[in-house]
Design a binder for this molecule. Structure first.
Ligand code: EPZ
Length: 456
């Protein structure tokens, strides 16, 4: 099994070749939510008993988190498509730098390790290509619960204050509804002494999924999904079985791809109210949406430009901003897309412009004038969701495209091209001898280096 760094460079030697002007048709099966499965894996550290997780998506981010847990002494076993997690033999309380570095979600283990074992050492998660990704809210909240925290040489060292033998419940008010900070503090508070109230808490479905599982394990968590979450600490948490919720971001990506190609598809299973802000915008821009149980069907029509401001749940998700921007490039009329969550999440805009889009970018606001068509190109996706946006653009475009940067895409979309192929898109994964970097394809100067690639 290729994992860690080798896997990234292996994926850097692959690309998706897309034959443009595609249409989608049929039913696509939605996988378990990446951003839920990651935090549920971290939460399994809170008990010595067995956790059985169902519907865990097979993604490189999940593989990285599994490797981190294995490094701590956790046993993981896939049996009949269920993941059995056994944390009774945890021996190390320090997460290994080389494994953490590529996975921000691994930092969320700090709350579980600290409250369960009284000590935790986790490398700083570092920034990535969508922003600085600070952890001040995580740190402040853990200190409020009674942790002593030092950051030395990039390692966050946390331990429970000598004067107390457990974390103590307290009232925490977050400066912003941070998903990760809310998750870290819920896990830390679950085994603390007394009541914790987290105000201005994030309300994302993935957090609600975490609280559902923790309550199955014996935690006492109330009002999750609201902006004030109450956690009454307990002495022990037990094993349980839990099914990961469907991935609302994957589902939204397919719905947007269908709208962009005036196609009709059904996505299932989904939890429709997890996607309300997205389906509302798709309806506003002209598509017909039908909801039946755990399925959503879209009939893409002529698309008109609409404005989007990303926001914490239940607002329009930042993770679908880039795919929706790709849709707006060929909408009739103008649209304005404002990214309010991350300071550097517009990497896809200049790449869409290379394909012929007409987007003016002013800091985190994209002013889009819809064009009749865009042209296929060879481009590199620079982060997980901008890669998805480029694939949607490649399906829309006249002519063929090769999209590189699959080391990002495979982090968050399970069998993406196979699912698109089943829907009727002409798309293939190509395996090259060398990575796009080795072949001199620098992110800065795409155009001339692309001719080099074509020549090679
Ligand atoms: C989670 O990241 C998701 N990742 C992200 O999905 C998602 O985009 C993001 O939430 C917002 O919904 C996982 O769940 C693994 P945040 P997280 O803390 O927790 C600021 C994807 O594509 N902030 O809610 O890192 C921060 O700078 C990924 O699947 C602080 O200021 O996001 C940002 O501006 C990308 N201090 C804002 O909050 C802190 O201590 C939201 O970040 C923490 C965050």
């Amino acid at each position: 099994m290729i994992c860690g760094r080798d896997k990234d460079s292996y994926l850097k030697s692959q690309n998706l070749k897309i034959f443009g002007e595609g249409k989608l048709n049929g039913l696509v099966e939605i996988s378990g939510a990446k951003n839920s499965a990651l935090v549920l894996l971290a939460a399994s550290l809170l008990t010595n008993e067995r956790i059985i997780l169902e519907n865990v998506p097979r993604l490189t981010d999940i593989e990285k988190m599994e490797n981190i847990l294995k490094n701590l002494g956790v046993n993981l076993l896939y049996k009949n498509n269920k993941l059995e997690i056994d944390s009774q033999n945890i021996s190390i309380k320090e997460l290994p730098y080389e494994l953490v570095n590529g996975l921000r979600a691994s930092f969320f283990c700090i709350g579980a390790l600290l409250t369960k074992f009284g000590v935790a050492k986790v490398p700083m998660p570092g920034g990535c290509n969508i922003g600085s990704r600070p952890i001040d809210e995580h740190i402040k909240g853990l200190e409020a619960l009674g942790a002593e925290i030092n950051i030395e040489e990039g390692i966050v060292k946390a331990k429970i204050k000598k004067s107390i033998n457990k974390l103590h419940g307290t009232h925490i008010k977050l400066k912003c509804p941070s998903v990760g900070a809310t998750e870290t503090l819920i896990m830390a508070a679950s085994l603390a002494e007394g009541r914790t109230i987290i105000e201005n808490a994030a309300r994302e479905p993935e957090i609600q999924d975490l609280c559902q599982m923790l309550n199955k394990m014996g935690a006492k968590i109330y009002d999750f999904g609201k902006e004030k979450i109450i956690i009454d600490g307990v002495n022990k948490l037990f094993g349980c079985s839990h099914k990961v919720i469907p991935d609302r971001i994957e589902a939204g990506t397919f719905l947007i791809a269908a709208a962009a190609t005036s196609s009709s598809i059904t996505v299932s299973p989904v939890t429709p109210h997890h996607l309300e802000a997205v389906t509302d915008k798709l309806k506003e821009s002209g598509s017909k949406i039908t909801i039946k149980g755990n399925s959503i069907t879209i009939n893409g029509k002529d698309i008109k430009g609409v404005d989007i401001d990303t926001a914490p749940f239940p607002g329009f998700p930042t993770d679908l901003q880039a795919p929706f921007t790709a849709l707006m490039t060929i909408a009739n009329g103008k649209s304005k897309i404002t990214e309010t969550i991350f300071e550097d999440r517009m990497n896809h805009v200049h790449l869409l412009n290379k394909m012929g889009a007409d987007i003016k970018l002013d800091k985190n606001v994209a002013y889009i004038k819809g064009v009749k068509s865009i042209k296929g190109m060879d481009l590199i996706g620079l982060d997980l969701r901008s890669s998805a946006a480029l694939i949607i653009a490649g399906i829309i475009a006249k002519g063929n495209s090769r999209i590189y940067g699959l080391e990002h895409l495979d982090r968050g979309y399970e069998n993406f091209e196979s699912k698109l192929k089943i829907l009727g898109v002409s798309i293939n994964r190509e395996f090259n001898k060398r990575t796009y970097v080795e072949r001199g394809y620098g992110i800065k100067s795409e155009s001339e280096s692309l001719t080099k690639i074509k020549a090679a």
